[in-house]
Ligand binder design. Sequence first.
Ligand SMILES: [Zn+2]
Length: 505
Amino acid sequence: MSQGFKKGSSRNKMSLKSERRAIHVDQSELLCKKGCGYYGNPAWQGFCSKCWREEYQKARQKQIQEDWELAERLQREEEAAYASSQGAQGGQSSLTFSKFEEKKSSEKARKVTTVKKFFTGSSKTLPKKDIKEAKTPSPSLNRQISVETDRASKEFIEFLKPLQKAGHDVFKQCKIFLEAMHIKKESNIEEQSEFTQDFYQNTADKLQMYWKVSPDKVEKVMDQIEKFLMTRLYKHVFCPETTDDEKKDLTIQKRIRALHWVTPQMLCVPVNEAIPEVSDMVVKAITDIIEMDSKRIPRDKLTCITQCSKHIFNAIKITKNEPASADDFLPTLIYIVLKANPPRLQSNIQYITRFCNPSRLMTGEDGYYFTNLCCTIAFIEKLDAQSLNLSEEEFNRYMSGQASPKKQDSESWPEDTCSGVKQMHKNLDLLSQLSERQERIANGARQLEKDLIDWTDEVTRGVQDIVEKYPLHIKSSNQALASIDSENVEDDRLPPPLQPQVYAG
Ligand SMILES: [Zn+2]
């Protein structure tokens, strides 16, 4: 936090400068909602890791308590039933006692065997073979992973050596933990996460209380433990098939792709990419956030987020010629994430949330930037016309790809812009103009079709009106003619015309 936030001051300036509604999150909203002062996270329903675990454990404790009570009641009932059946013969107390002893010893034996299983299992060959059988990617990838895992183990052992007995104990505990995780690998990812978090917590406590290691040294040991464990567990617990992480990745990726047209101006991003140093910072920030996916250890992923954030702060600082504020930061992070479209974004966030050493997420730079990244995703998911200072209609047109906002003129590009990029922008412009024209033509054609139909209707209606107004009374000429004819029918029976006759006389 050496960047020196000037809380609120720039917000006022921004609202003075323009009426536009800037993307803003109150710094207090980043904190745990229980008010403990640590950073909260949407994945923990706004709590910090510590408070979330307390809430979770409270609920779980209650469940365990209830289970216990039920078990005790059943036991009492069973004993009472047993006692009443044996009561007549006496000596019930010793019988109950022996039964209890029997049960206790059998439980003991079971515990011993499970613990033994942990130890015997750690005899190198078994788990490795198992893992290989379970999943066989490409041999080269396998080799690369095993090389990395071997290196991590060697480094871990080297690191622990100076700690002597405590180091030996830590290594043993880690091995036991890995075995237990291997057994758990089919179970629910939240359970595995909980188990890991418990392990981190217990180990840190033990180092401090039992082995009297100083707090800052404990942090270092915990980092190494996380590294050692997560290089081994990564491929089983990153984006597991049992979750909908992959689906969420695709959803956010699609969403970011649909928002490709968003400009820095729309987000009120105080970054001028025309300045070479600034555009350099932007490129670095994008590279960092994309690189996060290639890391296997949660802490390394967090480092990528922190690096990205620092490049963003620098870009703002160079643009504005003054230290960046937290209010400048969030919209710029949104812009960078939109430009980068980082691979498997949700999976990475989930993985960090589940398997990172919790103390790292609750305080410090890493925690702060991580919480901001989570906020960024939430913003991207619900980005709308209003938050981009656009009309509903414009937003919908851009989202549907019917139109794209006016691209910057080629004159305003920095001189060193690659000509290919320029050409591409020109072509994109042409394409968008073309699509606009096509849309216009299609609209015209639709209008013409409608006009034609209307015209036909109109003509038909006009003709009907006229016909109704001036009905054509055609006399039933057929009948009239027929009657004339029929008059003549009678004539047929008339006597023939008189013929001149000669009378003798
Ligand atoms: Zn808290």
